[in-house]
Design a protein around this ligand. Structure first.
Ligand SMILES: Cc1cc2nc3c(=O)[nH]c(=O)nc-3n(C[C@H](O)[C@H](O)[C@H](O)COP(=O)(O)OP(=O)(O)OC[C@H]3O[C@@H](n4cnc5c(N)ncnc54)[C@H](O)[C@@H]3O)c2cc1C
Length: 319
């Protein structure tokens, strides 16, 4: 393989708000940057209604993330659609392995975010076309269906609100005794009409032939079993982070979040991190974007220092 074309100053892993902003800020410092992501837009792409991104007002997730992608591309960020499989240290940086080949960089920014948690019920994989994770943003195909929404927090409530008036019946399957989350969402689900919540309940089994879901079984904490006719399931049980590709390169906390300092530096030289994948608190789009900017600038400063041309940072300080 010709690695000369695959060498970049900086590689960013993850095409969500954090990674796209990190790429933008690196590119604006004049360094070559490759952004590798299994999809572009991240979690934000899965939500229909964003009301807290400053300066924008109300916008859909896909519209906001398309603007992020456009701006990063315009600034000169090269984008590669691929799943990162592993990373290893090299003499002058790191090599990033994907099914599309190996890419090399001097500084690496990890911004792999979080992914929806699976249901963890036997036969789940057999019904892959009848189960979705997160909030559906294209509900047309769900019109008239009986849908179970599994989960008891904000994303479950957002899914129920999105499906209200579209699905025939919506069954909420909630382990707790009630929904917990933001007050406006709690108010909105109380007004949903074709929606029946099942509290203190756990999904235990699917019925139907593979790829043809017919129903589910749920068990209440009092031991009562109930069968529901369901032809589609939405898993909205929160998020988890997959760090297998990181091996043991950087220190993680007990939730597998990358530990960073206030400049987005990790425990490993030349590896920086930002967004939901890190220990930075408050998992929100604006926070991820802000941390992405910080990681991008810190990575650029790292390379500049290596080149013997320290970057001028705040108040004229050179670092
Ligand atoms: C349903 C929902 C609604 C939300 N609503 C709001 C809201 O209204 N306001 C708000 O501020 N926040 C909201 N959030 C939270 C917000 O979306 C996140 O804080 C934000 O997306 C985090 O951005 P990120 O870039 O850190 O990570 P992510 O958005 O998770 O992006 C990570 C990216 O990394 C990629 N990736 C992961 N692993 C690999 C790998 N091995 N190889 C290649 N690529 C990889 C993923 O494909 C993804 O593109 C919501 C989240 C959800 C799920």
């Amino acid at each position: 393989m010709d690695t000369s074309e695959q060498q970049y100053e900086v590689i960013v892993i993850g095409g969500g708000a954090a990674g796209l902003t990190a790429g933008l800020f690196v590119a604006r410092q004049g360094y070559s940057v490759l952004l590798i992501s299994k999809e572009f837009g991240g979690q934000t792409f899965t939500t229909d209604e964003i009301e807290n991104y400053p300066g924008i007002g109300r916008i859909t997730g896909p519209a906001l993330m398309q603007a992020f992608v456009y701006q990063a591309r315009e600034a000169g960020v090269t984008m590669e659609h691929a799943m990162v499989q592993s990373i290893h240290k090299e003499e002058s940086g790191h090599a990033v392995t994907t099914p599309k080949g190996e890419f090399h960089c001097r500084a690496l920014i990890v911004a792999h975010g979080k992914s929806p948690r699976h249901l963890g019920v036997e036969r789940e994989a057999e019904f892959f076309n009848d189960i979705a994770y997160g909030v559906p943003h294209d509900t047309v195909l769900l019109k008239g269906k009986n849908i179970a929404v599994v989960g008891g927090a904000n994303s479950a409530m957002q899914a129920i609100i999105a499906l209200n008036g579209i699905a025939k019946n919506i069954y909420g399957i909630v382990r707790a005794e009630n929904y917990r989350g933001e007050a406006p969402l709690l108010k909105k689900i109380a007004q949903c009409t074709n929606f029946t919540p099942h509290f203190s309940s756990t999904l235990t089994a699917f019925t139907g032939e593979p790829r043809q879901l017919e129903g589910i079984a749920i068990v209440n904490t009092d031991g009562t079993e109930t069968s529901l006719d369901v032809d589609y399931i939405i898993g909205a049980m929160g998020l988890e982070t997959n760090v297998t590709f990181l091996s043991d390169l950087v220190a993680l906390d007990d939730k597998k979040q990358v530990i960073i300092d206030n400049q987005c530096q990790t425990s490993a030289e030349g590896i920086f991190a930002c967004g939901d994948a890190t220990t930075s608190p408050y998992k929100q789009i604006v926070i991820s974007a802000g941390e992405g900017a910080k990681a991008g600038l810190t990575a650029a400063r790292y390379i500049a220092a290596k080149e013997g041309t320290p970057m001028v940072i705040d108040w004229g300080y050179r670092g």
